[in-house]
Design a protein around this ligand. Sequence first.
Ligand code: PMP
Length: 359
Amino acid sequence: MKWRTQITDLEAYVPGKTIDEVKKQFGLDSIVKLASNENPFGYSPKVDEVLKNFHASFTLYPDGYATRLREEMAAFLGVSEKQLIFANGTDELIQIVSRSLLEPGKNTVMAAPTFSQYRHNAVIEGAEVREVPLKGGRHDLDAMLEQIDENTAIVWICSPNNPTGTYTTEKELTAFLDRVPEEVLVFLDEAYGEYVVADDYYDSLQLFRKYSNLIVSRTFSKIYGLASFRVGYGIANEAVIRGLEPVRPPFNTNVLGQMAAMAAIKDQDFIRECREKNRRGLQQFYDFCGRAGLFYYPSQTNFILIDFKCDSDKVFQFLLRHGYIVRSGKPLGFPTSVRVTVGTEEQNNGVIQKMGAFL
Ligand code: PMP
């Protein structure tokens, strides 16, 4: 057998320590996980109501086309049902898009550092990966354009970007899209889009109508607080969706996830509230960094990357011992920073106090 992992540098996903393991190891009563950018406020109570009253067979396969969720999302977004594709999280959408367009001989352009799964899937498909360093923590779209040639199949834009929290402005994005050849698919990952408050952010629902080679991805894992249900979706012109649908596994979203997502989308007050609380939470971190003289990128997401100017694993280990799981920047391409999810006010105060103690 000749495994892809033997001909590439691919490694299996290694889960972090569980909360129980960390508790036991350090003799702690409670642990706060601020490592994976989930919503610290959970999800809308409307989701619980729907799930409590939910009666359906778990024996039958789910509706593989997510018909009801599709109808409701199309109405909510103001798009047609044929302009949507649902996936088992954005992770799977990235996989579907990569499988649909990448192969040996093709290349794909992305920023670095950015979300790991674009590169991971390109390597699996045997495509050449062209990584363009961030400039001032932001996508360098001019340099990315220069990397596009006749063999380029996909360009990935993560906006806001993970792990920096930075975003691309409307002006920058449209100038870029105007110059990308039509045969190249632009994948715009908006996993954190609902957190953005910047005035010069774009409206991707308008952009995909103008640019037929644009696919926008969104998720229920972040501000909607439903990471465990694994529901993500793509919005694109019908021809793009038609190209992707045959590659999508038939029953990729499950019945509970579909129901939960439908209920969650109906509670936009909850989403607004989370966005506002997140802004206040970010301010707690900005104030701390200001006081401590630490560099950070202003964030449009529910996480912040803070530079401690020392080995990021040391900060990570210190915080872990004190009951806070954050993300060490080393595997993310920022070896002296840690990425912290913005939590509740109390959680933020707690982790900030420990970060102060580290210094
Ligand atoms: N894109 C980005 C930028 C992310 O940060 C994440 C989650 N870490 C994902 C996609 C994957 O999200 P999902 O849960 O929808 O698969």
